[in-house]
Structures are given as structure tokens and as C-alpha cells.
Design a protein around this ligand. Structure first.
Ligand code: OAD
Length: 244
């Protein structure tokens, strides 16, 4: 695919770049996205029955098992060329911030050292009451495992609908979005806030917005460049065109 010449020239010059990624970048690793109409997780499961504190209070075992299934699935897959291309981009840009809504840890496994995880990480587990992270727990039991300290139920260390994002992560993401010259929005439907607002923050401060997505989103008409297609193809092509 062709990448616009002026974007190529710009990327050779800029110092401060942000990339926000969503489920689309992990789709080519074999993980389901949330909102794709046929294959998305939310076409098969109701978020209100699985990804809210109320759902966990109502039926902790159902929620725990759903996350355990996803946790195992993540361990079965590998980062793809999109994740690796981001590691390369970071190597060329002096001040590069990677922000992700993904909980799968695939950026870290690809070699991205500092990832601002806005929605937590599915491999971590914490106490639903005291918040203490658990290092080990019995996955196979009939009951949801309990916190060693306060004996409350353990839960995945992810952000559910209706919960606040980790404050330090959100602040770091907002700071990077305010300061960047180019902002990439990659494989995200851009409908879940506050992550989706970061592009608008960046744009209001004069950053150029580059969107990479197989489908158009609410951001597309505001983006300066819309590179339509698979992140695992477009990102390596972009690296090759700019720095290859
Ligand atoms: P979505 O499932 O909402 O969006 C995935 C986006 O990736 C869609 O816009 C697809 O068109 C696009 N896409 C799919 N395959 C792609 C590919 N190979 N290359 C490029 N783009 C591709 O996922 P998110 O935007 O990440 O939150 O969803 C945001 C949040 O909503 C998630 O973190 C999760 C979810 O509910 C919580 O669970 C709190």
C-alpha cells in the first residue's frame, strides 16, 4: 500500500510521537476484538454480564472463568508484525509514547519496554476488596480464589465499565497526548472514553492525527491521514517507507 510522501517526510523529522492501540492490533495474533459485528467478543457476550463490577458481584465465577479463558488464550498467541513495527518506530523517535487499551501484554512481549496500559493487564490478578495483587492462585478450583490477606475474592486486574482508569496511567497518557507532534490511533474503534478523547486532546494541541484501521471510525473524519487496512501490514510498510 502507498503511504503519502508528506507523511513519510514528516515522520523523519518529528521528535514526539504517541501511538494509542486497541484490540485491532492484536487481531492478527488471533485474539478477538470487541466490536466487530460477526467476530467481536461483544457480539457473543454482553459486556454488562462480564465486564462490570456489578456482574462480578452477581456471578463472580462466571466472570472469573471468562477472564481465565481469555488469559489462557493470550498465552497461546504471539505478537505479530504490527507489534514489532511499533518497537522499531520507538527506536527512531526520540520521545515515543505507547499507550494501549489492550490487556493482553503483547506489546511488552514484542519488546516495547514502556507501555502505558490504560485498561490493566489480564495476566495480573488483584483482590476485589483490598486491591492487593496476587502472585499465585489456584486457577482450576471450583471457587473463585481468595485474597491471602483479607480473604475477599480475587479478580482480574483490568478496568471494567463504570470503573476509573488507573490515575497514573491516564495522567501519563494525557501528558504525552498534549505534547506530541504526531498521534497514531491504531486498531481502535474510538468509542470508549477517556481513551478515545486522547486523539482530540492531541489534535487540539496541533498534533497531526494518523489513523490505521480496517474500518472507518468516529475519528476518521477528523484524522489528517487515514491508512485503511491491517495494522500488521501497514505498520511494517510505514517503517520501511520512512526509515527503510
Ligand atoms: P474494538 O473491538 O472496539 O475495536 C477494534 C477496532 O480494530 C475496530 O475499529 C476494527 O475495525 C479494527 N480492526 C480490526 N482488525 C484490525 C486489524 N487487523 N488492523 C487494524 N484495525 C483492525 O476494540 P477497542 O477499540 O480496543 O474495554 O475497544 C476499546 C475498549 O472497549 C477495550 O479496551 C475494552 C472494550 O470493551 C474494556 O473492556 C473496559
Amino acid at each position: 500500500m502507498g503511504i503519502q510522501k508528506d507523511l513519510i517526510l514528516l515522520l523523519r523529522k518529528v521528535d514526539r510521537v504517541v501511538a494509542l492501540t486497541g484490540a485491532g492490533i492484536s487481531q492478527e495474533s488471533g485474539l478477538q476484538t470487541f466490536r466487530d459485528t460477526q467476530t467481536g467478543l461483544w457480539s457473543q457476550f454482553k459486556p454488562t454480564e462480564l465486564a462490570t463490577p456489578e456482574a462480578f458481584m452477581r456471578n463472580p465465577k462466571l466472570v472469573w472463568d471468562w477472564y481465565a479463558m481469555r488469559r489462557n488464550k493470550v498465552l497461546d498467541v504471539e505478537p505479530n508484525p504490527g507489534h514489532f513495527a511499533i518497537v522499531e518506530i520507538a527506536g527512531h523517535i526520540p520521545d515515543f509514547s505507547l499507550i494501549t487499551q489492550n490487556v493482553d501484554g503483547l506489546h511488552q512481549r514484542a519488546g516495547s519496554p514502556k507501555v502505558i496500559e490504560l485498561h490493566g493487564n489480564i495476566q495480573r490478578v488483584k483482590c476485589s476488596s483490598c486491591g492487593q495483587q496476587a502472585q499465585a492462585w489456584n486457577e482450576a478450583g471450583d471457587e473463585v480464589p481468595k485474597c491471602e490477606i483479607c480473604k475477599s475474592l480475587l479478580r482480574p486486574d483490568v478496568v471494567w465499565f463504570g470503573e476509573s482508569l488507573p490515575q497514573a496511567m491516564l495522567e501519563a497518557a494525557e501528558k504525552a497526548a498534549r505534547a506530541c507532534q504526531v498521534y497514531f490511533s491504531i486498531g481502535t474503534s474510538g468509542v470508549v472514553h477517556p481513551a478515545a478523547s486522547l486523539a482530540l486532546t492531541a489534535s487540539a494541541r496541533g498534533a497531526l492525527i494518523v489513523e490505521i484501521n480496517t474500518e472507518s471510525t468516529p475519528l476518521t473524519e477528523k484524522a489528517d491521514y487515514y491508512l485503511q487496512g491491517m495494522a500488521g501490514e501497514i505498520l511494517p510498510a510505514l517503517v520501511k517507507s520512512v526509515w527503510g
